[in-house]
Ligand binder design. Sequence first.
Ligand SMILES: NC(=O)c1ccc[n+]([C@@H]2O[C@H](COP(=O)([O-])OP(=O)(O)OC[C@H]3O[C@@H](n4cnc5c(N)ncnc54)[C@H](O)[C@@H]3O)[C@@H](O)[C@H]2O)c1
Ligand SMILES: [Fe+2]
Length: 414
Amino acid sequence: MEARNENSLGLGLLRQPATVIFGPGQRRELPTLARRLGTTALICTDRRMLSEQACLDLQAGLESAGMRVIAYGDVRPDLPRTDIQTAVDALAGEDIDVLIGLGGGSCMDFAKVMGILINSPADVREIFGENRVAGPGLPVITVPTTGGTGAESTCIAVVNDEDKGVKVGAASAFMEAVATVIDPELTLTAPSALTAATAVDALSHLIEAYTATAKNPSSQDMKDHLYVGKNVLTDVWAEKGLELIGRGIPALAENLGSLEARTDVMLAAYCAGLAINTAGTAGCHALQSPIGALTGTSHGYGVGALLPYVMRYNLPARIPEFARLGKLLGVQATGNEETDARAAVEKVETLVVTIGAPNDLNQLGMTERDVPAVAEAAAASTRLIANNPRPLPVPIMEEILLGGVRGDLNWWDS
Ligand SMILES: NC(=O)c1ccc[n+]([C@@H]2O[C@H](COP(=O)([O-])OP(=O)(O)OC[C@H]3O[C@@H](n4cnc5c(N)ncnc54)[C@H](O)[C@@H]3O)[C@@H](O)[C@H]2O)c1
Ligand SMILES: [Fe+2]
């Protein structure tokens, strides 16, 4: 058994947008919020959303509030890097006061990057990594339409560097949105596969943040890094999110049109965003990136399919945390921590399957032959790997991946 994961400093650290408005119908507050920030708004969205009534209403509302609106509708899923350069060129010289990222994670991440690059045009690769943004950009308001990535509250934008075939994060406290408006009604149009992928992404964020490494950072570490470890404040949000998602996923699976279930899952996703914004993600996220590039499957499906296997490996190092996590997800406690920890892993599997997401890597199209290359590529995600509860050298990642391809749901020897 490995050593306990103590936050001996009793540290609490959290970053979040200064204004958060949550609730069905609250998107109507957007024009008032945006008008406080200036007179020209850039809406960053995608083709689908551009012609949706919610977007048309937003434009009309901003104009009635006396604002000039530029609607940019060319954001594509997973944010290809070259699209960002195209947009920077297209929007150079525009006098913009506030950006509104309206859509899923891709549109919100696009707005966060553009908020930095519009006034200081640069190659986005210059801000890849942690804390490489020199100063504040334009204010950004995030408006999620999936429940969700948590990108409405995180300081990171994930960009697909197509040439290299990898997704890269640009992370900086300067990329925190000034405000977010989270309206669960906007998710009602999300089809079942998107709903499933984004819900299990949120589930994975909650689990990875709650069981991540407590780093006991020095003052210098807190200056230099955003991801300084799980702490008492990230746990507050992770615990609330786990409670919400434990009941929200089954209710949503039963009725995709339930606003109550959509609201629970969207609030859980927001809680998860707050937790990962400081605690960071871990093994599932490290392994998903090359699997997504290889199979062309969504981020959410990848992390969801990895959860049962990465959790099995992590189990011996996080028995008390897994037992508590299971209770929060609604598992009846037996009083035996090890039994309860295993029940938590089984509950997570059940939630993944219930919402209709894949629970093994074979379903994503990965084969045993792909295992060495995926493990090798995942090793590049050093920050995520270091945050995992147990060490993840390449041979261990290969074992986990093999388990995932074979759908091996036996209990593994520690
Ligand atoms: N910044 C972060 O903290 C963070 C965290 C996790 C994931 N991400 C990134 O977010 C992106 C994934 O975001 P996503 O899963 O929210 O989807 P997305 O933004 O990539 O959109 C996927 C598709 O769903 C459609 N869509 C979105 N909302 C809809 C709705 N309500 N109804 C119908 N269709 C809708 C979009 O038009 C698009 O075609 C990836 O690029 C991922 O890397 C970022
Ligand atoms: Fe994720």
